[in-house]
Design a protein around this ligand. Structure first.
Ligand code: CO
Length: 445
């Protein structure tokens, strides 16, 4: 048996092993006696192929075999989260009862005087997932059952069809339609631009990125918001004419335009009936959502860069958006995700939790736990195509088939980490690109 195959077999065998029955029974008999004995932070970049490093949280207990796994991955601040966790939050967890997930969430939130922000909230998110994982393992139930049980068996999902030009986007849309996708994200490169968001790079940009990585520096990338604003409606015009009206299309601006350009685009895209228009504005420009709502009917999704349940709250209470897109690895984990979904429900606002490939499969399992158990689920972003090294580290990942994502029904989050393999793939410095406008002005990624 090849080493890779052997590792896979060992990983799936380990995952198939339930918590030793004696330990589960003891914990169930006396959940008040369970204590946290250790918190490990493992930063891993499986096969050095991941776009960034995964920051994993392992919580150990005084019950033999009872551990929980969480994901505190925060792109661009991975080592900051790891150090913050070890030095500033872990001491607040040792000796505590892991069943008290809500109390521990609050305890960790108030622990540093200067609270909130991406680093602390990612750390709390990872801890929260690990605590729910433990809770599920003690109960012998998947986390979605603890949150109310399955409202649906699978989750509507989408993935990206990025291209260098309209024809390439069109071809990629057709390929995804053949694979059963009902909703597809479409992104196109701009004429004369080497890079772009969620599109293939030119050979020149790819070489520049490779050189920057080798030097441990952020790759340089140019972006022209004016060219983008001119191009995007033409892409949708092309797609509606070629792939028709039956397929749902969405687009992610990734905050790369000005408030007035967002307004122009929101109106210009109305005839093409988008599933949603994602992150049209930077979180620094939240007030502009009011103008967008007054002036156009394009459905809007927002929230992946939020770092807590308080961010963008009036977008919900004033019903200025249609989909919330918080990232459960940054906003406070399953606990916060469930609260946000509940808060959105009476407004008819649906969820679309952030789910790209640069957060670990553990967050994808956490996304599923909430997405499956809420009434106001909209869609679940899901990254297919994790490579073999990622599958060596993680015992399971959600499965895609026929436009939907499903997960296993194992207790907890249903995913274990092969620690030895994870440690064999240590941190690799991969800095985010430094984006600038053609005139040199630093700009949002
Ligand atoms: Co986005």
């Amino acid at each position: 048996m090849h080493r890779r195959q052997l590792l896979k077999t060992l990983a799936s065998a380990a995952a198939a092993l339930p918590l030793p029955l004696a330990a589960q029974t003891a914990a169930q008999k006396s959940p008040g006696s369970i204590r946290i004995t250790g918190v490990d932070v493992i930063v891993t970049n499986p096969g050095a192929t991941a776009m960034n490093n995964f920051v994993l949280i392992k919580i150990s207990t005084n019950q033999p075999g009872l551990v929980g796994w969480g994901d505190a991955t925060c792109t661009g601040s991975e080592l900051g989260v790891a150090k913050f966790m070890e030095e500033h939050l872990t001491p607040g967890l040792i000796g505590q009862n892991p069943m008290h997930s809500e109390r521990l969430w609050q305890r960790l939130f108030f622990l540093p005087y200067y609270r909130s922000g991406s680093v602390q909230m990612s750390a709390i998110s990872g801890v929260d997932m690990a605590l729910w994982d433990i809770k599920g393992k003690v109960a012998g139930l998947p986390v979605y059952d603890l949150l109310g049980g399955k409202v649906r068996e699978g989750m509507l999902t989408y993935t990206n069809a990025g291209g260098r030009d309209f024809k390439q986007v069109e071809d990629n849309v057709r390929k995804l339609m053949e694979r059963g996708y009902k909703v597809i994200k479409v992104q196109v490169a701009l004429p004369g631009n080497d890079g772009g968001y969620a599109v293939p790079q030119t050979a020149a940009q790819a070489a520049k990125t490779k050189d920057a990585y080798a030097a441990g520096m952020p790759p340089d990338e140019v972006w022209d918001p004016m060219a983008y604003t001119r191009t995007l409606p033409k892409l949708f015009d092309h797609l509606r004419k070629t792939v028709g009206d039956e397929i749902e299309l969405l687009h992610d601006v990734h905050e790369r335009i000005t408030p007035s350009q967002a307004l122009q685009l929101g109106k210009a895209l109305e005839p093409y009936r988008l599933f949603y228009f994602e992150d049209p504005l930077r979180p620094e420009h939240l007030d502009t959502f009011r103008l967008m709502r007054q002036q156009c009917s394009t459905p809007i999704a927002m929230g992946e860069v939020y770092t807590g349940q308080w961010d963008g709250l009036f977008l919900i209470t004033e019903h200025l958006i249609d989909y919330v897109r918080h990232d459960l690895a940054h906003c406070g984990g399953i606990t916060t995700g469930k609260k946000i979904a509940t808060f959105c429900e009476p407004y008819g606002i649906l969820t679309a939790w952030h789910g790209p490939g640069n957060i670990s499969p553990i967050t994808h399992m956490a996304n599923a736990a909430v997405s499956l158990s809420i009434p106001n689920f909209g869609i679940q972003e899901f990254a297919t195509g994790w490579g073999d090294p990622v599958r060596e580290v993680f015992s399971d990942v959600p499965q895609y088939a026929n436009g939907q994502v499903t997960v296993n029904d194992k207790p907890g989050l249903g995913i274990d980490v092969n620690e030895a393999v994870a440690r064999k793939y240590p941190y690799v410095r991969r800095l985010r690109p430094a984006i600038r406008r053609p005139d040199g002005t630093p700009w949002a990624y």
